[in-house]
Design a protein around this ligand. Structure first.
Ligand SMILES: *[C@@H]1O[C@H](CO)[C@@H](O)[C@H](O)[C@H]1NC(C)=O
Ligand SMILES: *[C@@H]1O[C@H](CO)[C@@H](O)[C@H](O)[C@H]1NC(C)=O
Ligand SMILES: *[C@@H]1O[C@H](CO)[C@@H](O)[C@H](O)[C@H]1NC(C)=O
Ligand SMILES: *[C@@H]1O[C@H](CO)[C@@H](O)[C@H](O)[C@H]1NC(C)=O
Ligand SMILES: *[C@@H]1O[C@H](CO)[C@@H](O)[C@H](O)[C@H]1NC(C)=O
Ligand SMILES: *[C@@H]1O[C@H](CO)[C@@H](O)[C@H](O)[C@H]1NC(C)=O
Length: 401
């Protein structure tokens, strides 16, 4: 039943990207339960609702002083500044310490941005910053109050939220149907084949709900996708800045900022709440073997998954900060990254236009990168042992950076 619901969701037609679905991830990496949604969710195809209603672009187009972030640019679009959920599109119920996936459609931003003549983008397809807070009303928050201000230790900015995780926008597996213009880069064809999956595969920003949240808390997560146009090709990730044309930030700098944001909320329930179904929270006193496997202090086990569309991304469950963004400051020059965490990392430093379709040697890094989805049976290249792989215990709270 869940599979059919998910497949239906994956088959919508896409244009822009925004976080539009949430789901719990069991300790073995499988998505469990029914999905939740983002604030003010509209079903795709709702009359009168276009992509522009769903996205919040900063800086907006047509600003007289150019592509410049203003200090009073709100962090999210108007309809998402306060809680807006319905029975039809509820927020997801989670337990403290749960892993969840926030999903979005790539809309060509993973599979097609390297073409000649397009604005030059970083190899990781931009960085997703995930900020968490129990302040649910974002009416008075500007981008600059939160983005690159809130820190992993919670001391940054006004101290009311934390940087929970950083993700490469390209999660190493996602793609959509081949567009009318064809699969120029070859990424869609390659991934479909390696993952043995024929339907759209949404991208994921996976996230651990903090351990210390009390039941009945509404936990707000702000998804910030930093997707700037760069001065040159070959940058792994963009610098942690939205200031354009500043060579203070390195040889390859942001030529034009382009940031999209969205909001998802989670209803925190008791770790043993019946609404969680078979897989309870990691802090539930275990009476069942499923709960025991999920107990704090027990290693998480990421099993090989049968169906790509139903699995979390292992690397994201193992590492909250896949992109090493310094703790604070717009003046910190670089967001560094382990190239092996960047699915198309073989393109890093490649300053000239590459030939398409991308060679298999470059594409293979997608499946070889630690923690990307590993199918049980595939015609793809040799991957690390596909049987259950122990991950470090992730029961502890916060930290990192
Ligand atoms: C969607 O966007 C259009 C164009 O900006 C606007 O006129 C309309 O009011 C928006 N709809 C909703 C429900 O916000
Ligand atoms: C949580 O909220 C429910 C419904 O509003 C209420 O019945 C319950 O007592 C609350 N629990 C706690 C621990 O506050
Ligand atoms: C950056 O430089 C480009 C030309 O190279 C110019 O078009 C653009 O307006 C500049 N942006 C800012 C914010 O100064
Ligand atoms: C385990 O048993 C205790 C005591 O009977 C109960 O309070 C708790 O809710 C149970 N947990 C689960 C997951 O059923
Ligand atoms: C993972 O756990 C879920 C929930 O218990 C179960 O339904 C699923 O079959 C498991 N998947 C694998 C690959 O072991
Ligand atoms: C960033 O650097 C500029 C120029 O050195 C300085 O004026 C500004 O105060 C710095 N901002 C922060 C937040 O440190």
């Amino acid at each position: 039943v869940v599979l059919l619901i998910l497949l239906a969701l994956f088959e919508g037609t896409a244009a822009h990207s925004w976080p539009e679905r949430t789901i719990r991830i069991a300790p073995n990496g499988t998505m469990v339960g029914l999905p939740g949604y983002e604030r003010q969710h509209w079903a795709r195809g709702t009359p009168g609702i276009s992509d522009a209603n769903n996205t919040w672009l900063l800086p907006p187009n047509g600003r007289p002083d150019g592509k410049i972030i203003h200090p009073d640019d709100k962090i999210v679009r108007e309809g998402q500044r306060t809680l807006k959920y319905s029975d039809e599109f509820p927020m997801l119920k989670v337990a403290p310490g749960d892993f969840v996936a926030i999903s979005y459609l790539e809309n060509g931003h993973v599979s097609g941005p390297d073409k000649e003549g397009l604005p030059i983008k970083p190899i990781n397809r931009g960085t997703v910053y995930l900020y968490g807070t129990t302040e649910n009303d974002l009416t008075n928050y500007n981008l600059v109050d939160i983005h690159l201000k809130w820190t992993a230790d919670g001391t940054g900015g006004d101290g009311k939220g934390k940087l929970l995780a950083t993700r490469n926008y390209d999660d190493g597996q996602c793609y959509e149907a081949i567009p009318a213009t064809g699969d120029t880069e070859g990424i869609i064809t390659h991934r479909k084949s390696v993952l043995n999956n024929d339907v759209n595969l949404m991208c994921q920003s996976d996230l651990q709900i903090p351990d210390d949240l009390a039941p009945n808390t509404t936990f707000t997560v702000i998804w910030v996708w930093d997707w700037p146009t760069m001065s040159d090709r070959g940058a792994a990730v963009s610098p942690a800045t939205y200031h354009a044309n500043s060579s203070d930030y390195g040889d390859i700098y942001v030529k034009e900022p382009e940031i999209y944001t969205g909001v998802v909320d989670f209803e925190v329930v008791d770790s043993c709440d019946a609404s969680l179904g078979e897989i309870k929270g990691p802090h539930c006193v275990a009476n069942t073997s499923a709960a025991a496997a999920n107990k704090k202090g027990v290693a998480r086990v990421f099993a090989a998954q049968e169906v790509a569309t139903l699995a979390g991304v292992k690397a994201q469950m193992a590492n909250n900060f896949l992109v090493k963004v310094p703790q604070a400051g717009i003046n910190v020059s670089t967001a560094t990254a382990n190239p092996s965490n960047i699915p198309l990392g073989a393109l890093i430093g490649t300053t000239s236009q590459v030939a398409f379709p991308l060679p298999t040697s470059i594409q293979n890094a997608v499946v070889a990168a630690p923690g990307t989805y590993l199918p049980t049976a595939s015609a793809g290249p040799a991957a690390p042992a596909a049987s259950a792989t122990a991950l470090p215990n992730l029961g502890g709270g916060g930290g990192g950076g």
